[in-house]
Design a protein around this ligand. Structure first.
Ligand code: PHE
Ligand code: CA
Ligand code: ZN
Ligand code: ZN
Ligand code: ZN
Length: 289
């Protein structure tokens, strides 16, 4: 897989920060900063040759949108999907949560286009609305997929918080949740293994958008660098950083700005996303069950 340029991921984060700053400090569902975030990501993808669409929904009396981007080509009956939520909480700009996953994924998608990757599977990307209101956008997408389309999705990879300032390197535990996939887990571990960086498995349960896909019977996996939980001494030993301090002290706070990002973690995770997508997309995978 190609190396993902950290500077490009950071440039997307800077754009999302600017959007929040000029829109009352957040990018939350129902607020103008969310719509501006959608417009930024969609314009980048359109310019790169993606086929994009906005899916509109209503939640808590406000309009929300999911952004879906398809990379032309590949087997239309065998889809590898990757996504993350683009909304923030109202308290702040949401740069680690989840500008990080949104920007890493955007740069991977743009690298697919730049390198003209033509894999066996069809690649689809999703940026979800209203995750912070309870996985609203991703649930809306899955619930409105015709059964025939749902069964074409061979796997779903989720990226929510991949640049935590005191990072851990967590991979979603395929045994820790229904429809967790050992193949997706291993593909996400591969870049860390190559770097000699230990990972830990984590049971994310219903805390992010992969849960909507899992409920629909779609195999899922994902990466995470930690939120409000405290880093242990053993974790600081193997990963560096500060024990006794949260992975992200600014989780859901106004201080979740571009200063709240560990660049090394953001780079490693962005590269790990590319490694997983390049390997998973170029093999044939039978439907589950
Ligand atoms: N989904 C949570 C949020 O947006 C963050 C989270 C991600 C928690 C992954 C656990 C695992 O606030
Ligand atoms: Ca890189
Ligand atoms: Zn959140
Ligand atoms: Zn999140
Ligand atoms: Zn790397």
């Amino acid at each position: 897989a190609p190396d993902i340029a950290l500077a490009n991921v950071q440039a997307h984060l800077n754009q999302l920060q600017t959007i929040a700053t000029s829109n009352s400090g957040n990018r939350a569902h129902g607020r103008p900063g969310y719509r501006a975030s959608i417009d930024y990501v969609q314009a980048q993808l359109n310019a790169a040759g993606y086929t994009t669409s906005l899916q509109q929904f209503t939640s808590s009396g406000a309009t929300g949108w999911n952004l879906i981007a398809d990379w032309p080509g590949g087997d239309p009956d065998s889809v590898l999907m990757s996504g993350g939520h683009l909304d923030s909480v109202t308290a702040g700009p949401g740069i680690n949560d989840n500008g990080s996953g949104s920007s890493g994924l955007l740069e991977v998608a743009l690298t697919v286009a730049r390198t003209n990757f033509q894999p066996k599977k069809h690649l689809r990307f999703g940026w979800w609305g209203a995750e912070e209101l309870g996985l609203v956008g991703s649930t809306y997408y899955v619930n409105n997929l015709p059964a025939a389309e749902r069964t074409k999705i061979r796997g779903y990879l989720n990226f929510d918080m991949i640049g935590s300032p005191n990072p851990g390197y967590f991979v979603y535990d395929s045994n820790g949740q229904p429809n967790g996939s050992i193949d997706l887990q291993r593909a996400l571990e591969a870049h860390f293994t190559a770097l000699g960086i230990p990972t830990e498995l984590t049971a994310v349960g219903g805390r992010s958008d992969h849960a909507a896909f899992a409920r629909a019977g779609i195999p899922t996996g994902g990466l995470f660098t930690g939120a409000e939980v405290t880093k242990t001494a053993a974790q600081a030993q193997k990963w560096g950083g500060t024990s006794g301090v949260a992975f992200d002290q600014c989780y859901h706070r106004a201080c979740d700005t571009t200063n709240n990002i560990n660049a090394t973690a953001l780079d490693r995770n962005s590269d790990a996303i590319a490694t997983a997508i390049w390997s998973l997309a170029d093999v044939t995978t039978p439907p589950p069950g």
